[in-house]
Design a protein around this ligand. Sequence first.
Ligand code: HEM
Length: 396
Amino acid sequence: MTTIAIDLSDPEYRLNPFPTYQVLRDEAPVHLVPEGTSEGEDFYVLSRYEDVSNALRDKNRFSNEVMRGRFDMPMMINRDAPEHTRLRRNANRAFNARLVLTLQDWVQTVIDEVIADALKGDRVEWIEDVTATLPLRVVGDMLGIPRDRKDDFRRWSQAVMDMFAVAAGLDPDEVPGFLEDLLEFGNYMTELAIARRKEPNRDDILGALVEQQQAGNCTQDELAAMAYSFVAAGHETTMNLLGGGMHMLLSDPALAKRLVDNPDLTGEFIDEYLRIYSPIQWTLRRTTEDIELHGVTIPTGALCHLVIGSAHRDPRQFPDPDRFDIDRENKGEHLGFGAGPHFCPGAALSRLLSTLTFRAYYPILDRLSLDPQEAPVPRSRQGAYGLERMSLLVSP
Ligand code: HEM
């Protein structure tokens, strides 16, 4: 087995992992990082498209119960069948009940309000004021969370991401206070659900989840965990798509013109963006048996990083993979929303929100430009890819 240094805490790897991905795919498609987590646990890195795709779909040999007692919330993403199947059924019921078609007009209104606010001055912090605000407002409203809790909400959402990163090997000292934030969030969702039981049924996700709980389909803890899974999973991911997408439109005038002239290509743009800059770069699984792959035996119970971001740059699947190509025929084969039993239940909502948001960007692109005084700042969070800050100049 080739020795390739992967240091999860190295900023270079977090900000530009793509050269490392290439070496991994070519030289060590199953790569052991000895004692790679902060607790000194070994992990294995799978980096080729076929292997990542197969592992995501193989629920029998690759378990989602990765946390093993540490920060082990009853969230769908931490569970295998049959528990996962039950939780997922509740989520699908709650989520699909009023999704896409019924939400379109309301989501459009939220987007119009947020963008109109952002254009009021001559400079705007696009990530903070637009792309972080939009998913929080949409998912938060659907969960019945009051808008004046926006700041808490961001903190809580970040805490859940931190929990995953710590479970994957990040030193907890890098994210102080995340456990307290998590508990606070759980308690808040519980209070909200209890209060909701006394109110008339409102047609939103929290209402649907409370109904599921009252029907005995999930416990109070599971309800709270479900609600904050939505917030955590939907916030940073969508924000990274909407922020990175704006950056791309402002940096590539030919692409921007093509989309302005053909807004119906927005779905293609979203898929190719998700392929090349997957907001979720990797996810975790644990093997349930010894697995032989590319001459390596991954032992039973081993932690595996499935590197979606690398799978998307695998030339075995996507020719000339580092080129952004909106006309790429198989771009829809990306794993940006996952695959198999844990495929993202928020995919339809994200597609709706991002399609409407990009279409709202097109008519204002000629009023916006990147601030030459302040270069965009990439996010350096583990496993996530996107922009932390992006200052834009606004002309009247
Ligand atoms: C661009 C936006 C989004 C991206 C790129 C994304 C990506 C993903 C991916 C890759 C997974 C699978 C992870 C795995 O198998 O380990 C996933 C699962 C999940 N996503 Fe999303 N997501 C997005 C938006 C959303 C939204 C808006 C919501 C909810 C409001 C959401 C809720 C969830 C949940 C609850 C899961 C876990 C499902 C399960 O374990 O069965 N996501 N997402």
